[in-house]
Design a protein around this ligand. Structure first.
Ligand code: CDP
Length: 232
């Protein structure tokens, strides 16, 4: 079967990353978490006191940021590295979630990351999740998914995830953070979060994890068969 690109976009805590990971595993595809890249840059800017209002400082900092994903055989998953340091856990903390949407709205940051994401996805056989994957990064992706879920369900899911990670947080802070990021991510000038016209909408509010994975796998197999047809 021809390999395809699967783009999964949507709001925070709709289940994008965990679903994308499982889909990639089933298809033996590469999973790429574009949000982790924006989070890693946010961590670097935080550690180096970069002033986001100073384009020269941002440009210089971006030249020093190297993000890679390395496979951890113990958990059978890729982890995010920033300049050689494993930052997989650090970038999920609330203080990064608080700052990431301001960082990701900067045109210079988006330009640098989109370029890198396109390179990573060049070989096809990729599942990438984020906010602008089907609209900007891979507008020709064979399969585009737009994931949604009720706000309260998203809040519960994010709180559970932070508890499992043993991260300190305040319950109301999670609500405020999701609201703030929904607003900033959908209203920014540069590549705002929006549903691509040809995306399939999956509402995960009442779906089990297995159901949402299966739904995407079925769509993916349909697209692979289409790609296989002689006119493609
Ligand atoms: O895990 P969660 O869904 O909360 O967020 P994420 O996927 O880790 O993304 C963190 C933030 O990075 C988002 O709120 C966006 O501001 C930004 N982002 C983006 O602008 N474009 C992407 N393709 C992915 C993430």
């Amino acid at each position: 079967m021809k390999k395809i690109v699967i783009a999964i976009d949507g709001y925070s805590a709709c289940g994008k990353s965990s679903t994308a990971k499982a889909v990639a595993k089933s298809l033996d595809y590469l999973y790429l978490d574009s949000g982790a890249m924006y989070r890693a840059i946010t961590l670097y800017f935080h550690q180096h006191y970069i002033n986001l209002a100073n384009p020269k400082a941002v440009e210089n900092a971006l030249a020093d940021v190297h993000i890679t994903f390395l496979h951890n055989p113990k958990i059978q998953e890729n982890e995010t590295y920033l300049n050689g340091m494993n930052v997989e856990d650090e970038i999920r903390k609330m203080y990064i979630s608080e700052k990431v949407s301001e960082t990701s709205a900067l045109p210079q940051v988006r330009k640098a990351l989109v370029e890198q994401q396109r390179k990573l996805g060049k070989k096809k056989g990729v599942v990438m999740d984020g906010r602008d994957i089907g609209t900007v990064v891979f507008p020709n992706a064979a399969l585009k998914i737009f994931m949604i879920a009720d706000f309260n369900v998203r809040v519960e899911r994010r709180q559970r995830e932070l508890l499992e990670r043993n991260h300190l947080f305040n319950f109301d802070e999670v609500i405020e953070n999701l609201k703030k990021r929904d607003f900033l991510d959908t209203t920014r000038k540069e590549s705002p979060l929006r549903q691509a016209e040809d995306a399939y909408v999956i509402d995960t509010t009442h779906l089990t994890f297995a159901e949402q994975v299966d739904e995407i796998l079925n769509l993916a197999i349909g697209k692979m068969i289409e790609e296989q047809s002689p006119k493609n």
